[in-house]
Write a protein that binds this ligand. Structure first.
Ligand code: ZN
Length: 264
């Protein structure tokens, strides 16, 4: 049985602080008013920025009612007179160093590189930084998690027929899977981005949890297992090695915004 509490604590510390010099640009912030367009939201909204030196095309997270939804900076104004308390703010700048060598497998990009996009880097691309927990608010984990055989995910215990029926349509929404030393993390896009954790030993996913609200073995867990199952059974993925899988569209989106050194 894992000491989940310790794992969770450690992980929070690993998430890059967007304000720290290592995670964000070391450039001094330049106060600006920025117009931002959000995915799935027609209007362009204006935010106050006093934390970053923002440029057109930057991907950011904001405070206010669109918190948690990534937006793209459309324009930056550095000459303005406002009451800053009238504006919601830019709270994070998503910067994702994309390194490594990738090959295309189905709708994902696969890398066996140790320097391929890490879970925390991917997380920073799709989710805002974790706010410090309020007093008394902490994650609670019970049980040993779910087990799913990759030779036949349908043989998983605990799964309801409805979940099986819906899991395949979620496979394209599995945006990221990383396995290092038998420990896996994945991100699946539903209404929000949800995070999946698991261990993998032999051909079985174990100790699997998802942070979505569904009480049981959810479609995000099953979709993650289905992606691994299908790719490995087709010989496109070697489950005995450490690897990273990224949704192809997301991958090229990250490249466009970051222009890094990769081999595809
Ligand atoms: Zn879930």
């Amino acid at each position: 049985m894992r000491m989940m509490g310790f794992d969770r604590e450690e992980k929070k510390k690993d998430i890059p602080d967007p304000l720290s010099p290592s995670a964000a640009e070391t450039k001094a912030p330049v106060r600006s008013l920025v117009r931002i367009r959000f995915d799935g939201f027609d209007r362009v909204l204006t935010y106050f920025n006093d934390r970053f030196d923002l440029r057109e095309g930057d991907r950011v997270f904001v405070s206010g009612r669109l918190a948690g939804r990534p937006g793209i900076v459309q324009s930056v104004t550095t000459k303005f007179k406002i009451r800053s308390e009238d504006f919601e703010r830019v709270i994070a700048l998503a910067q994702t160093p994309v390194r490594g060598t990738y090959v295309s497998v189905k709708d994902k990009m696969l890398s066996y590189d140790a320097e391929a996009v890490s879970p925390d880097v991917f997380r920073a691309w799709v989710l805002p930084p974790v706010e410090p927990a309020e007093d008394g608010a902490y994650e609670t984990i019970y049980g040993d998690g779910y087990a799913i055989p990759l030779s036949d995910p349908r043989a998983a215990e605990d799964a309801e027929p409805d979940t099986f029926a819906r899991a395949p349509e979620y496979c394209p929404r599995v945006g990221y899977i990383c396995v290092r030393n038998g420990v896996g993390r994945a991100f699946v896009e539903g209404r929000h981005w949800y995070e999946v954790e698991f261990t993998i030993s032999g051909n079985v996913i174990e100790e699997a949890y998802c942070d979505c609200p569904f009480p049981g073995l959810c479609k995000h867990l099953l979709a993650t297992a289905l992606v691994l199952s299908v790719l490995s059974r087709q010989g496109a993925l070697d489950l005995d090695r450490d690897f990273v899988l990224i949704g192809r569209e997301l991958f090229f989106n990250m490249l466009r915004h970051n222009g890094q050194q990769v081999t595809v």
